[in-house]
Design a protein around this ligand. Structure first.
Ligand code: FAD
Length: 377
């Protein structure tokens, strides 16, 4: 509709939650879209993530059926201070959804396809060249792709953002994350089942930015770790969490975790706030690639989809504008206006907050909501 040439309006690099949602939003606005990913299909290791209700309106716009990807819910948060043996519990209303990420991705990918987006899987991009009228990309197998605009959603430590010269040289808060999830043998066949249970948040240091989480309900077992510790300490910290979970009785005592089944990733917490811009020539950067991760929690799924929607709205204006570059620069204003409150670090010293969680029910409730809903303190 908007093309003046026979090239896609948008080429989207990366088919994670951000890129796939962008493809579905853009195709829904009648843009011609090509979505590229180096992988053939969404990840094989299960990843279960909590997704705040704030994301529901975005998924409704994408016509994604939540019964297909919601596999559980958290209705209680239990804080554990491993150093001082203190605990505190608080109820969450409403419970927060636990989402099977690869199933959500499959849904988003089919919605993008149904709306006309072309998905080129198994395509690793190794060159980006933004030109006057279009952006030119080349894959590792010398395939060429061109779009009038590029949306880069290639994930944490984005190669594209570095190539486009918009990745900050120094980053203030990078964390490591590591998760193991087990779904039970026949879970993929079940839909609409949502066992609600407690999420245990285990703190082994004085920092709220360094924690483990354990969830076990029905067929679902989830053990994860977010830490600012060096990468070589991640697995021992993870093992500490598993041992603690077994001692505490929250994990089955015979649970065996194969280290080969751990999902590791660097989490660019709060990085978006450190980036001067998310736009380059004919390009925007979204999702983890743009550092759209709240500075306190690590829930990047909602901001990935949110930044995708804002980027697509910006691209629609840019494609219609005689000055596309000026129109693209609006993205920085849009996301700062809408998302800053969600992403920014609380205006309080986190070291002083942790002890309060164990002595003050109101504070426990606030901090729990900050972790699982991304609400600011
Ligand atoms: C262990 C763990 C637990 C998490 N838990 C939660 C949680 O509970 N709640 C929550 O909201 N968030 C959670 N997150 C964060 C969330 O998963 C991410 O923020 C989200 O996946 C970001 O989506 P994205 O599309 O930006 O990036 P990604 O999902 O990383 O997708 C990037 C895509 O780009 C592709 N790509 C990269 N480079 C190239 C290239 N050169 N050529 C072609 N393709 C390329 C990759 O193959 C990949 O498919 C968790 C993350 C991890 C690792």
């Amino acid at each position: 509709m908007m093309s003046t040439e026979n090239i896609p309006d948008l080429v989207i690099l990366g088919a994670g939650p951000a890129g796939t949602a962008a493809a579905a939003f853009a195709a829904g606005k009648s843009l011609n879209v090509e979505l590229l990913d180096q992988n053939q299909a969404p990840a094989t290791l299960p990843l279960i993530e909590w997704l705040p209700a704030g994301a529901d309106h975005l998924l409704e716009k994408l016509k994604v059926n939540r019964d297909e990807h919601v596999v559980g819910a958290v209705d209680t948060v239990r804080f554990i201070d491993a150093k001082n043996s203190r605990t505190a519990k608080t109820k969450l209303k409403p419970p927060v959804d636990l989402v099977l990420t690869h199933r959500l991705l499959e849904q988003l990918r089919s919605m993008a396809g149904e709306r006309g987006a072309v998905v080129s899987a198994g395509t690793r991009i190794v060159s980006i060249d933004p030109r006057e009228e279009k952006v030119h990309l080349v894959s590792a197998t010398d395939q060429e792709f061109t779009g009038r605009l590029l949306v880069a959603a290639d994930g944490t430590e984005s190669w594209a953002a570095k190539k486009l010269g918009i990745y900050p040289k120094t980053q203030s808060r990078h964390s490591m994350s590591c998760q193991w999830a087990s779904l039970g043998a026949d879970l993929p066949k079940k839909t609409g089942q949502k066992p609600s249970a407690e999420l245990s948040l285990l703190f082994t240091s004085d920092s709220l930015a360094d924690f483990s989480y354990v969830y076990h309900a029905g067929d679902i077992t989830l053990v994860g770790l977010i830490t600012e510790a060096p990468p070589d300490r991640v697995e021992s910290k993870f093992q500490f969490t598993v041992d603690w979970g077994k001692d505490d009785g929250v994990l089955p005592s015979d649970l065996v975790i194969d280290p080969g089944n751990l999902v590791h990733r660097t989490i660019p917490r709060g990085l978006a706030l450190d980036m001067e811009t998310h736009g380059a020539k004919r390009s925007l950067v979204i999702g983890d690639a743009g550092g759209f991760i709240p500075a306190l929690s690590h829930d990047g799924l909602y901001p990935a989809i949110w930044s995708a929607e804002l980027a697509v709205e910006t691209c629609v204006s840019a494609l219609d504008s005689p000055h596309p570059q000026d129109a693209l620069s609006e993205f920085d204003h849009r996301w700062r206006r809408d998302m800053v409150e969600y992403l920014r670090l609380p205006n309080v010293d986190l070291r002083f907050l942790l002890p309060l969680v164990f002595s003050n029910e109101q504070m426990a409730q606030k901090v729990a909501r900050a972790f699982v809903y991304g609400e600011n303190l």
